[in-house]
Design a protein around this ligand. Structure first.
Ligand code: NA7
Length: 552
């Protein structure tokens, strides 16, 4: 019989991969279970044309190995999906990870066995795995959302989802293609699809605020400058709200890191005259609107920026009706995750691209041959759902997790996710989540957030073993205090205004409780809290050995 692992990790994306490496290094036996056929997680599944990361690659990379930092070269400032997947594969090879990962293995149940104090995981194929510790590294954007549309199953052509894109090349030449959804995935895919398809119909429910992405190739001098400064950069990341250093290469090397929502400077749009505002946008582009601090806090400043943005769209899109339909009017900048694009608006100037405004002509049904709106039927050969994900909680709820005395996570979270530090849930001893709800997670550079969580979990397991502690789980009080704090800091931001309906709030999934899920208080503040919890002897957690001891 095989030796039972100390830890089972579910998921072999960046979190699962680093978890495996880190826990193995501290002497633990680790088993990773992964539904896909290879490593990469989000970057394994999201292969749609145009997919790329919205964080600069030199920052969206691991800091745990100096050799890895020095050896790896990024070809572009913001890498495309194939390069990020290549990086994931390099890590798997370099650290010899694949031997401890079982691929093509979907976990269907995660059950705590009270009498034995262990976690029993069952797979779709009926296999059973057991371990003392279980780490859910299941990703924040890993359960694709396919909305239930009338006639949704009747389409007879090729149906695709951006989040489950096939490995084989999809030939769209000569095809009539429809895409539903204009979030980051749709906005990235649409310009590429337009180049390939004969006709492209974009079915838009909500227009999006999107600004041009940095599309520069990586310059050797910039890459070298980062490599020379990586220790300083990693430290800067630890002190930045979004886990991004915003490091600028030394004088003489042209700056390549773009200004993004991660680094709004201290300018206020209200301090400028209308003429000065237009001059700033004329010289620096629409991205400049993201750099005004008051745009994120003051509704009047926000609406000024929104209107300037709409003015920009009218300038970029030739047809006035299309420009109007592409301009958001019922929510403001800063409510949703900022989208970055490459030629999005210009794509609507092409002859083969049609915007279908679903607010003006609602979608009535999907038919065998296309999409029927209140105005007409659009005949399609290919229908692409770019409709996002059941974010942050989807994968955890789908895993059928049962804790102490059979309590289900789905029941515990029926009014929204409740967890302490986004790391653990009361009633689910020795089960950890990586970048879970209530942690900075998707508001932070994910690789920085992942390293911090995995290191915390790894150190915690060492502490438990060294002190003969059988179980760790948060107290109910610590959990509810933390959630109250998570809600407090989100209150009053653009993220939670009543007009905002984002996936951060679960608003994209019918019936999902409206709760702002990530921690908006900033990564450094969160990290310091995690460190203080440990310094205070795992404050807020119940540690149980032979006798139960609670650190209040
Ligand atoms: P998003 O950002 O959730 O966008 C999904 C899009 O799909 C959005 O435009 C939705 O419109 C649209 N949608 C969803 N359901 C429907 C229905 N029923 N009918 C019409 N349109 C619909 O997902 P993405 O994959 O683009 O991006 C997710 C994250 O991945 C992104 O933020 C980055 O962090 C990476 P809506 O706005 O809800 O009206």
């Amino acid at each position: 019989m095989q030796q039972r692992p100390d830890v089972i990790i579910v998921g072999a994306g960046f979190a699962g991969m680093y978890g495996l490496h880190r826990f193995r290094k501290q002497g633990l036996k680790v088993q990773v279970l992964e539904a896909g056929s290879d490593v990469g997680g989000t970057w394994y599944w999201n292969r749609y044309p145009g997919a790329r990361c919205d964080v600069p690659s030199l920052e969206y990379s691991f800091g745990f190995s100096e050799e890895l930092e020095q050896d790896w070269d990024w070809p572009e400032v913001f890498s495309a999906q194939p390069d990020i997947l290549r990086y994931a594969n390099h890590i798997a090879d370099r650290f010899d990870l694949r031997g401890d990962i079982q691929f093509d293995t979907r976990v269907t149940a995660v059950t705590y066995v009270d009498e034995q104090n262990l976690w029993r995981l069952t797979t779709e194929a009926g296999e059973v795995f057991e371990a003392r510790y279980c780490v859910m590294a299941t990703g924040c954007l890993s359960v694709p959302n396919k909305p239930k549309l009338p006639g949704g199953e009747s389409f007879a052509g090729l149906e695709l989802h951006t989040g489950l894109w096939p490995k084989e090349t999809v030939d769209l030449a000569g095809k009539r293609v429809g895409v539903i959804g204009t979030g980051s995935s749709g906005v990235q895919a649409i310009p590429e699809l337009a180049k390939q398809a004969a006709e492209l119909y974009v079915f838009q429910r909500s227009p999006v605020y999107t600004v041009p992405a940095n599309r520069k190739l990586m310059r050797d001098s910039v890459q070298q400058s980062f490599k020379d400064s990586y220790r300083k950069i990693r430290d800067m990341q630890q002190h930045n709200a979004g886990g991004v250093s915003n490091f600028r290469p030394s004088d003489g090397v042209k700056q390549t890191t773009p200004t993004t929502a991660y680094r709004p400077d201290r300018n206020n749009i209200m301090a400028l005259t209308p003429e000065q505002r237009r001059q700033r946008i004329a010289s620096r582009g629409l991205n400049e609107l993201l750099n005004f601090r008051d745009v994120y806090t003051d509704p009047v400043a926000n609406e000024i920026a929104n209107e300037l943005f709409r003015e920009g769209v009218r300038y970029l899109v030739h047809d006035p009706d299309t420009a109007a339909a592409l301009s958001p009017t019922d929510y403001g900048l800063g409510c949703k995750r900022q989208v970055l694009d490459r030629d999005y608006y210009d794509t609507f100037n092409r002859d083969n691209v049609t915007l279908v405004d679903l607010q003006a002509t609602p979608l009535e049904s999907v038919t065998a041959t296309g999409i029927q709106t209140s105005a007409q039927e659009y005949e399609l050969d290919v229908l692409i759902y770019a409709t996002g994900f059941d974010a942050m909680t989807g994968a955890l709820l789908k895993a059928n997790i049962r804790g102490r005395e059979g309590q289900t996570l789905n029941d515990k979270w029926r009014y929204g996710p409740v967890a302490y530090l986004g790391l653990q849930m009361q009633g689910f001893p020795n089960l950890f989540t990586v970048t879970g709800p209530g942690s900075p997670s998707v508001l932070c550079n994910m690789l920085v957030a992942i390293e911090q969580h995995i290191d915390w979990i790894g150190d915690c397991i060492t502490f438990l073993k060294q002190n003969d502690i059988e179980t760790i789980e948060p107290t109910q009080q610590a959990e509810s205090d933390w959630i109250a704090h998570v809600n407090d800091v989100a209150e009053g931001t653009m993220y939670t205004t009543p007009s905002c309906n984002s996936w951060y709030l679960g608003a994209n999934i019918p019936g999902k409780p409206r709760i702002f899920m990530p921690y908006v208080g900033g990564y450094p503040r969160y990290r310091e809290r995690c460190e203080a919890v440990v310094e205070n002897g795992y404050e807020g957690f119940t540690l149980s050995a032979q006798t139960q001891e609670t650190v209040a």
